[in-house]
Design a protein around this ligand. Structure first.
Ligand code: HEC
Length: 145
């Protein structure tokens, strides 16, 4: 009993410090995983569709999720969230303006895709989806190991 008490106390004292960082890293990685899932689903729909068969509503539901979370991960990159368990490059913190520019390229692309999806135009969606993919990759090339 006594041992358990001390173990719990130590845990509760140590946890907030550890969690501040681990929490941010996990949170931002979780958004990225969600986006990978959305991207896979959207890519599969585009691949198996044409202008006639395109399931516009189904696609729009995915695009809106990407757009609505497009600004979420970036608050989890504060100065003390560098470190172990993260694939973020030092450039995130050393070149903040370039990181912001990469974020903007992505959020613009996600907004454009959402808009295109709402029009239901297969061709517009295809072009915008391509731009989203490029914006993911452009950021990863510079800012992710
Ligand atoms: C502005 C930069 C930026 C954009 C835009 C971006 N990412 Fe990322 N992504 C990162 C960084 C940085 C990491 C590493 C995060 C970490 O480990 O701390 C990452 C990690 C990931 C991971 C790995 C997550 C894990 O399991 O650890 C996946 C998957 C991913 N991104 C997918 C995407 C997809 C899909 C998009 C576009 C829809 C996207 N990313 C857009 C910067 C970006």
């Amino acid at each position: 009993m006594k041992k358990c008490f001390w173990a719990l106390l130590c845990l509760s004292l140590a946890a907030p410090l550890v969690h501040a960082d681990a929490g941010d890293i996990k949170a931002r990685q979780q958004y990225m995983k969600d986006w990978r899932g959305l991207n896979k689903k959207m890519g599969a729909i585009i691949k198996k569709s044409d202008a006639q068969s395109f399931p516009a509503k189904e696609f729009a539901l995915l695009a809106v999720q990407l757009n609505e979370t497009a600004n979420e991960p970036w608050q989890h990159y504060d100065a003390d969230s560098r470190g172990e368990g993260s694939d973020a490059k030092a450039a995130v913190w050393e070149k903040p303006q370039e990181f912001q520019a990469a974020i903007k390229r992505f959020t613009d692309a996600a907004a454009e895709l959402d808009k295109a999806a709402k029009t239901g135009s297969y061709d517009a969606v295809k072009v915008s989806f391509g731009k989203v993919g490029q914006s993911c990759k452009a950021c990863h090339d510079k800012f992710k190991d």
